[in-house]
Structures are given as C-alpha cells and as structure tokens.
Design a protein around this ligand. Structure first.
Ligand SMILES: [Zn+2]
Length: 234
C-alpha cells in the first residue's frame, strides 16, 4: 500500500537509477569532449577548428550513447516480456503448481507453511501474474523501462556534460584556452564524482580523486598527442 506523499520503494530506486545513469552520461560527455578539444587545441590555435571538433564530438557521443542505451534497454525489455509471457502461460496451464511455487518462495523467505500458503492464495486471487513477476522475476509488469526514455536521458546527459569543456575552451583567448578548459573540467568532474559517490553511498573522497585523475590523464595525453601532431603536420 502506498500512502500519498510517501514514495514507493520501487519508484525511489527507479529514480536513483535514472539519476545515476544521468551522472555517468554527463561524466562521459565531460571526459571524452575534453580529450577531443584539448587534443585539437594542442595541434592548432584555430578557434573554428576547435569548435567544430567539439561540436562533432558532442553530437557523435550523444548519438552513440543514446543508440547503445536504446539497444541495451530494448534487449532487456524483450527478455522481460518473454519471461512474462512464459509466466502467463504457466499460470494458465498449471495454476495449482504455480500457486504452490509462489507459496514456496514465501516459505523460503521465512514465512510459516500456513502463512505462505495464505499469502500465495490471496496474491493469486488479486493479480497472479503481478505476484509471480515480482516474486520470481523481480520485475514490475506495469513499469518496464522504456528504451526511448533511456535513450533520451543518456543523449541529454552526455550533451550537458560535453558542453562544459566545449564552452570553456572556445570562449577564452588563445593563451588561456587549455587552462580554462582544464579548470572547468576538473570542477565538473568533482561535481559528478561527489554526486555519484552520494548516490552509491561510497566514499566521496575516493570517488572524486579517481574521477579527477582519469579526467586529467585523458586531457594530458590528448594534449600531447595533439601537440605532436601539430608539430609534425604543421
Ligand atoms: Zn510462476
């Protein structure tokens, strides 16, 4: 029973999953776009070239994240739908065994023989498929993740993350570009590190340090690759 104003546990964990996916997408957007624009800035001082590379990276990254998410959530959804269909058939063809199976699950969870049988009885009378989906398959049949929603969410979060290094590198004058971008990226990575540590209830310091080290290494490597390329080609 859900009381008004009190979030259902599944809704809450669902929302946390979305938030976590969003933070990860933003993090990817920050790091990969930072690597790209810093690398190009190592090779050239041409603002248009840096901007073009950054925008292309933003678009390509967002689309590829969205596509990947769409495929993975669709696959998961197909698997869940197939499992529900099978369950539906089993309930139709052997309702007795299915009710016993449900009672068995509650017995294994620690309920007494009679109570487990009664729980199974009442749940079966209410909504047998839902009862089996939740107890056996751990899925909510009315709330399967939408592939499109997941795709949009990763597209948007990657794009938001990508904007941070992109804006920071094209706005300042030439000499300041790479430093301004590095500072903006580090601030962004500290933020996503703090949020993801909070969400996963892990140690904030460690998550932030890891995030910042990975981001910095990416920028340093691509900058020197770009520099080398600019020197040999230019
Ligand atoms: Zn079943």
């Amino acid at each position: 029973m859900t009381h008004p104003g009190e979030p259902h546990r599944d809704d809450l964990s669902g929302r946390l999953n979305w938030l976590r996916a969003g933070v990860l997408g933003a993090n990817d957007g920050i790091v990969s776009t930072a690597g790209l624009v810093v690398g190009v800035a190592g090779a050239t001082t041409d603002r248009t070239a840096i901007l073009a590379a950054g925008v292309a990276g933003l678009v390509a990254g967002s689309l590829s994240m969205a596509g990947g998410e769409y495929v993975s959530v669709s696959t998961q959804r197909d698997t869940e739908k197939a499992a529900l269909k099978l369950e539906e058939r089993e309930l139709r063809e052997m309702p007795e065994e299915e009710e016993q199976e449900l009672a068995g699950i509650y017995r294994d969870k620690g309920l007494s023989e009679e109570l487990a049988a009664r729980v199974a009885r009442e749940l079966t009378e209410q909504d047998a498929l839902r009862a089996h989906a939740e107890a056996e398959l751990q899925i909510d049949p009315d709330n399967l993740t939408s592939p499109w929603q997941a795709a949009w969410a990763s597209l948007a979060s990657f794009a938001v993350g990508a904007l941070i290094p992109l804006v920071a590198i094209v706005l300042p004058p030439t000499g300041w570009r790479v430093w301004a971008c590095a500072v903006a990226v580090l601030v962004g990575l500290v933020l996503t590190g703090v949020i993801s540590a909070r969400l996963g209830s892990s140690r904030v310091g460690r998550a932030v340090r890891r995030n910042v080290v990975v981001g910095s290494l990416t920028m340093i490597v691509t900058y020197y690759v770009g520099l080398l390329f600019g020197v040999t080609m230019g």
